[in-house]
Design a protein around this ligand. Structure first.
Ligand code: HEM
Length: 137
């Protein structure tokens, strides 16, 4: 019997797409985090969302090739603070609760998901992961 990928266990593309959009809506509306999306063109924001979906699909074993930039490079210079990161985790938690995401997501905190650079991804979708900083992944 073949073992299902994390991507499949999470509900596949549509589930990851919906969760990503929910979380990014929360982040963009947040009074503190909203600054990261101020004065950006609508098309650029959509493009970025798609890259995040692709990233998560690829990182969970789904059938996409992530062709965006590596995490460290794409966030460098944004001045994401520890406070921003804490707010982000709070929104991630709210999104997870809203979607009733199964325990499977917690696999990530144990290292099931890796960024292309090879380090463990500690992210929004995994509230139990302890973060060592905004660029830990
Ligand atoms: C406080 C936390 C975060 C903030 C404020 C943030 C903000 C942003 C912003 C503003 C961009 C657009 C950059 C651009 O278009 O030039 C971006 C890109 C991106 N972010 Fe984040 N981010 C955060 C955390 C994360 C996490 C945890 C992940 C991993 C799931 C992630 C994945 C990505 C990806 C895949 C891109 C696209 C990379 C590319 O353009 O090639 N971000 N982020």
């Amino acid at each position: 019997m073949s073992k299902k990928s994390l991507y499949e266990r999470l509900g596949g593309y549509d589930a990851i797409f919906a969760v990503t959009n929910d979380l990014l809506d929360r982040m963009e509306k947040d009074p503190q985090l909203g600054r990261f999306w101020q004065h950006r063109g609508a098309d650029g924001v959509k493009r970025e969302r798609q890259l995040i979906v692709d990233f998560l699909v690829a990182a969970t074993g789904g059938p996409l090739y992530y062709k965006g930039r590596v995490m460290k490079l794409s966030h460098q210079g944004m001045r994401i603070s520890e406070g921003d990161w804490t707010i982000f985790l709070k929104h991630a938690d709210a999104t997870l609760k809203a979607f009733n995401v199964p325990q499977a997501f917690q696999y990530v905190s144990n290292g099931s998901i890796h960024s292309r650079e090879g380090s463990t991804l500690r992210t929004l979708y995994f509230p139990n992961a302890s973060s060592s900083g905004p660029l830990a992944y």
